[in-house]
Design a protein around this ligand. Structure first.
Ligand SMILES: Nc1ncnc2c1ncn2[C@@H]1O[C@H](COP(=O)(O)OP(=O)(O)OP(=O)(O)O)[C@@H](O)[C@H]1O
Ligand SMILES: [Mg+2]
Length: 263
C-alpha cells in the first residue's frame, strides 16, 4: 500500500539527516500575519515554521481563533503574508506573478470547506466539472473526469442531482470529488467534517485517507475532532498564532522516538 513519504522514505531521510526542498509540497519559514480590525491589530500568525511532505496527511488542531484558517489561507495563497517565506513545490511564491499563483491554485490545489460551497442550481456533475472548465479543459473531457471523480467518491448514481436533494454526507462527497478532479498536488480541508454527524464524518475521513494512500495526495486537514486528527500522519497544534507542538502518528517514527529516549 502506498503511504506517501510517511514511512520508509521518512525513515531514510531521518537517517540521512536531511531533506531537500523538492521533498516538500509546501514549506513555510518564519511566517507572520497580522489583521487590522476595528479593535486594533490581531496577530493571527507569529513566526510560524511549517511544512508538508509530498504524500503526507497533516492535521492542524487548536482552539477557535488560534490561526488555523489563516495558516491554511496563507499557505494556499488565498491570503497574503506580512513577513516570512513560503515555497510551493520548491518555488518561492513571492517570485510568482498573481496570474501564475492563481493558475497554480486552479490546477494543483483542491479545497474542501465546512460549508459545502456547491452551486445550488448545478447538478453534482456540473459542480465537479466547474474547476476543470475554469482551467480551460474541453467540456467533453471535463464531464468525463467529473463523472470518474464522482464514481471515486461513491456517487456514481447521483451525478444528475442538485445539492438540495443530497444528504450532508453526499454533499461533502461532491466537494471531495470537486477537490480531486483537477488531479491536485495538495488538498486543503478546513473543518471538512465539522457539519457532519460522527458516522458520516468518519466516512468522509475514510474517503480522504484512501485518496491519500492510493493516490499519494497530500492533505492539510484543519479539525476540532480528535478522532479525525488521530487518523492523520501528524497532528500540529496551534495556539495564539504559533505552532505549540506536534505529534507524529507514524508507527516507525514513534518507535524511533522511543528508541532515542531509551538511549
Ligand atoms: N479578515 C480578518 N480580519 C480581522 N481579523 C481576522 C480576520 N480573519 C481572522 N481574524 C482574526 O485572526 C485570528 C485567527 O483567526 P482564524 O480564522 O485563523 O482562527 P481559527 O483557528 O481558524 O478559528 P476557528 O476554529 O474558529 O475557525 C482570530 O483572532 C480572528 O478573529
Ligand atoms: Mg477556522
Amino acid at each position: 500500500m502506498f503511504r506517501g513519504r510517511t514511512q520508509a522514505a521518512t525513515v531514510v531521510d531521518s537517517l540521512n539527516g536531511h531533506r531537500t526542498d523538492t521533498d516538500y509540497i509546501i514549506r513555510a519559514e518564519d511566517v507572520s500575519k497580522t489583521y487590522e480590525s476595528e479593535t486594533g491589530k490581531v496577530p493571527a500568525l507569529r513566526n510560524v515554521d511549517f511544512s508538508i511532505e509530498r504524500g503526507e496527511m497533516v492535521a492542524i488542531m487548536g482552539p477557535s481563533g488560534c490561526g488555523k484558517t489563516t495558516l491554511l489561507n496563507c499557505l494556499s495563497g488565498l491570503d497574503t503574508i506580512d513577513t516570512g517565506r513560503i515555497w510551493l513545490d520548491g518555488t518561492d511564491i513571492a517570485t510568482l506573478s498573481d496570474r501564475k499563483r492563481t493558475s497554480y491554485r486552479a490546477r494543483r490545489m483542491g479545497f474542501i470547506f465546512q460549508v459545502y460551497n456547491l452551486l445550488p442550481v448545478l447538478s453534482s456533475a456540473e459542480n465537479v466539472e466547474l474547476p476543470l472548465l475554469v482551467a480551460g479543459v474541453k467540456p467533453k473531457e471535463a464531464r468525463e473526469r467529473a463523472m470518474a471523480a464522482l464514481e471515486t467518491v461513491g456517487l456514481g448514481q447521483w451525478t444528475g442531482q442538485r445539492p438540495a436533494r443530497l444528504s450532508g454526507g453526499q454533499r461533502q462527497r461532491v466537494t471531495v470529488a470537486r477537490a480531486l478532479v483537477t488531479n491536485p498536488a495538495i488538498v486543503w480541508a478546513d473543518e471538512p467534517t465539522g457539519a457532519l454527524d460522527s458516522r458520516t464524518a468518519s466516512e468522509i475521513m475514510d474517503l480522504m485517507r484512501d485518496l491519500n494512500e492510493r493516490q499519494g495526495l497530500s492533505f492539510l486537514v484543519v479539525t476540532h475532532d480528535a478522532g479525525i486528527g488521530d487518523r492523520c500522519d501528524r497532528i500540529v497544534r496551534m495556539q495564539d498564532g504559533v505552532i505549540a507542538g506536534e505529534v507524529a502518528h507514524d508507527i516507525f517514527a514513534q518507535s524511533m522516538a522511543v528508541a532515542t529516549r531509551a538511549d
